[in-house]
Design a binder for this molecule. Structure first.
Ligand code: ADP
Ligand code: MG
Length: 371
């Protein structure tokens, strides 16, 4: 492993060594305006596999890529109007814009939805390296999954094994970086931008004239045009809350009239969890239980339907609090039937609650409000 001190090495030399390493399919650690990143040629399958070995236990989380400019981005993703707006306003900068991928990167870089996160770091040296390479590099943070964010090289080494460290070929050491949060990640492939991760930039305020407190931001509100889009939206929301699922357990509270799409939405959650059994409304049973496994993670999906519950005693007997725990996804149709009691239950368990209201707005269109 070579460690280059950026303060004492010429830019030409840094770029030359970085490009050489990347071309060889090897791994570099590089500074950005957020955290240290882990870079390999994003089009090189072996290099990406090597990176995955370093990260360990990613559990299917997609990677993102760093490009030098919008023109390079367009070789790898299809930019729609939402995306173009974000590029114009924020890039280079601490935003990862997720678009529909064109299948031009190594396997495992795009998400299972076929989407790809793209970043143009506000760090001229990195842009220079990517430009000189002529291809995007991966832009994942340089820590092992679940370990502290890497603001200096010492921290990266502290939390990695000797074996992992042998996977790193070149470190561009810029010293301690300012503790900026990781980039804001925005999926632009839905009817409305979906913030997958909140960093310094708050995209919900984009179109508002003056700064607005978080509490007054409009609730995200999506339109799906067919059942398939509703299932996709469900999967993307589950990806967004993947960490919550593992840490506290996750409750999806679905409300909406008969036929609004609550069960269809649940099918999307189940598909994301690799559940192959058909998911139907448990209307005559109150609850159906499924086992799921995704990469190295596994747990249960509890699918409840409160439609016929008119007696709070039945609600109690379901012992929903016992279902809520890390790695369990609890999905409750007809949430409105037990909303008050259940909110308390979820709160007491400190679990993440995602409330979803579905509404039939004509033809195959559904309005989906997520809170
Ligand atoms: P619920 O569980 O809310 O009663 P279901 O999901 O069982 O609703 O049924 C919704 C029905 O509406 C399904 O037959 C589905 O195919 C149809 N549908 C049409 N368009 C959509 C859409 N955009 N999203 C979800 N379902 C849709
Ligand atoms: Mg249903």
């Amino acid at each position: 492993m070579t460690i280059l001190n950026l303060a004492t090495t010429s830019e030409n030399e840094i770029v030359r060594q970085a490009v050489k390493t990347l071309k060889a399919g090897d791994l570099i650690i590089y500074p950005t305006e957020t955290v240290y990143g882990l870079g390999v040629d994003a089009t090189n399958q072996e290099a990406v596999s090597k990176l995955m070995r370093f990260k360990a236990r990613r559990e299917g989380k997609p990677l993102s890529i760093a490009v030098s400019d919008k023109a390079m981005a367009q070789k790898y993703v299809r930019l729609n109007e939402q995306a173009v707006n974000l590029y114009q306003q924020f890039l280079p900068g601490p935003i990862t814009v997720v678009s529909e991928g064109l299948g031009q990167v190594a396997k495992g870089v795009e998400s299972e939805f076929g989407t790809l996160g793209v970043r143009i770091p506000d760090y001229p040296l990195v842009i220079e390296i990517v430009r000189a390479l002529g291809k995007p590099i991966t832009a994942t943070s340089a820590n092992v999954s679940g370990k502290p964010r890497p603001y200096d090289v010492e921290t990266i080494f502290k939390y990695t094994s000797k074996k992992q460290q042998t996977l790193i070929d070149l470190v561009l050491d810029a010293g301690r970086l300012p503790k900026n949060p990781p980039s804001t990640v925005i999926d632009t492939t839905l009817s409305t931008p979906l913030t997958m991760r909140q960093g310094n930039v708050n995209v919900s305020t984009l179109n508002l004239k003056s700064p607005t407190p978080n509490s007054q931001l409009p609730t995200p509100n999506f339109i799906t045009n067919n059942p398939q889009e509703t299932r996709q939206l469900a999967g993307k929301l589950l990806l967004k809350h993947w960490q919550d699922l593992q840490e506290t357990g996750l409750v999806f509270a679905l409300s909406g009239a008969l036929g609004a799409g609550k069960t269809t939405f649940t099918q999307g959650l189940a598909r994301y969890l690799n559940i192959n059994e058909p998911v139907t409304s448990p209307t005559y049973t109150y609850m159906t239980e499924y086992d799921w496994q995704k990469n190295e993670a596994y747990g249960k999906l509890h699918h409840l339907d409160l439609w016929r519950i008119d007696d709070p005693k039945i609600l109690e007997r379901l012992e929903i609090d016992r279902l809520i725990k890390p790695y369990n996804l609890v999905v409750i149709e007809w949430w409105q039937q037990g909303e008050q009691e259940l909110k308390e239950v979820v709160k007491a368990k400190n679990a993440r609650l995602v409330e979803v209201k579905l509404e039939d707005v004509g033809d195959e269109r559904r309005k989906v409000v997520v809170k």
